[in-house]
Design a protein around this ligand. Structure first.
Ligand SMILES: NC(=O)c1ccc[n+]([C@@H]2O[C@H](COP(=O)([O-])OP(=O)(O)OC[C@H]3O[C@@H](n4cnc5c(N)ncnc54)[C@H](OP(=O)(O)O)[C@@H]3O)[C@@H](O)[C@H]2O)c1
Length: 320
């Protein structure tokens, strides 16, 4: 089967289409003939080498979420899964392929009315958005900033915050055109990436959900209101300055909180319950997914060039 691996870290041109054996599902796993493969910000972060410390090696088969039909089950898995349309999390590898394997606990049947492309746009990111707001103890009436709102995590966070009764939903994004699209999803104020603009935007935030991190992170910590909660969920802008924690300690009389959040730390059944509800919401149009573009698997490098150029709004989806 065809798959896409990282031959060299850095440029998207280091991605290579290769022939590899079709994987056999191990005990507890299913195999899926992929119909849609999500190109997540995490894939770009791994490919750039930002997560080198986590042990990714040349030859790494990228991709963490797919949707398609189950073609085989491993030992101990109910054969009734075979033939079902499903979404699946494959871990931090294995998704950019014609066939992928996943533990059955990370597989969810798709409701009628939800396309495979929509499923891989919402499946992993929606859960991050939900639990990031939960971790931030977001309450109705509060002012929320979503930093890096134009990606899949941010787009869902904006919708959940708006739907949850936020007093204001402020976003950072790179262009006015994106800002207009974010307003359609529930944003009330639009800032540029640096946090400038939006003359009528509130200066302080009760909750910040940050997909970006990078050098700008301390500035946004400074914009927390007293008792504000900052939840960092991504590093698409790179690592923050090593000493950013000093800002929090210096401001201790304002009782600020900073947390990181990874959905890896949420028990599987809780993740699946939220995902299942979000899939149902998306199928009936109550939660919107944004598929930026659908490209063939063999054009994965093009998808990554678009990610690096900052031209992706929502998620690029690959099809084998
Ligand atoms: N916490 C978890 O459980 C979890 C799970 C999966 C993934 N992740 C992490 O989440 C991130 C990916 O999320 P995603 O797919 O939603 O993001 P994404 O689509 O890659 O990026 C989100 C937005 O951030 C903005 N952005 C990109 N580079 C930037 C920069 N250098 N400075 C400022 N803004 C920038 C872009 O919007 P504009 O151009 O409009 O500014 C982009 O649309 C990765 O870091 C991944 O590791 C976390």
């Amino acid at each position: 089967m065809k798959a896409v691996v990282i031959r060299t870290f850095g440029s998207p041109d280091g991605l290579e289409v290769v022939d590899v054996p079709v994987p056999d599902p191990a005990p507890g796993q299913v195999r899926i003939a992929t119909e849609a493969i999500g190109v997540g910000g995490v894939d770009a972060v791994i490919r750039r080498g930002t997560l080198a410390a986590h042990g990714f090696r040349a030859g790494h088969l990228l991709g963490s979420e797919v949707a398609g039909r189950v073609t085989a089950v491993g030992e101990g898995v109910d054969a009734a899964w075979t033939g079902r349309r499903v979404w699946a999390f494959t871990g931090l590898s294995g998704g950019y392929a014609e066939q992928a394997v996943a533990g059955v606990e990370d597989v969810l049947p798709l409701p009628a009315g939800l396309s495979c492309a929509d499923a891989v746009t919402l499946g992993a990111s929606g859960v991050v958005a939900h639990f990031a707001l939960d971790r931030a103890r977001f309450a109705p009436g509060e002012t929320v900033l979503v930093r890096g709102a134009a990606g899949s995590i941010g787009l869902t966070t904006v919708q959940l915050a708006a739907g949850g009764g936020a007093g204001a939903v402020v976003v950072t994004t790179a262009s006015a055109e994106r800002g207009a699209r974010l307003r359609e999803l529930g944003a009330t104020h639009v800032l540029d990436r640096s946090g400038a603009g939006g003359s009528d935007a509130p200066h302080g935030f009760d909750v910040v959900v940050d997909v970006v991190a990078g050098p700008g992170l301390p500035y946004f910590i400074d914009r927390l209101n007293a008792n504000g909660r900052y939840v960092a969920v991504g590093v698409v802008g790179g690592q923050p300055p090593a000493d950013f924690g000093g800002r929090l300690v210096d401001a201790f009389r304002r009782s600020l909180s900073f947390a990181t959040f990874s959905s890896d730390t949420v028990p599987g059944p809780a993740r699946q319950a939220v995902r299942s509800a979000q899939f149902a919401d998306a199928a009936r149009g109550a939660l919107r997914t944004v598929v930026h573009e659908i490209l063939p698997l063999s054009r994965a490098a093009l998808a990554h060039h678009a990610m690096d150029a900052g031209t992706v709004f929502g998620r690029v989806v690959l099809t084998p």
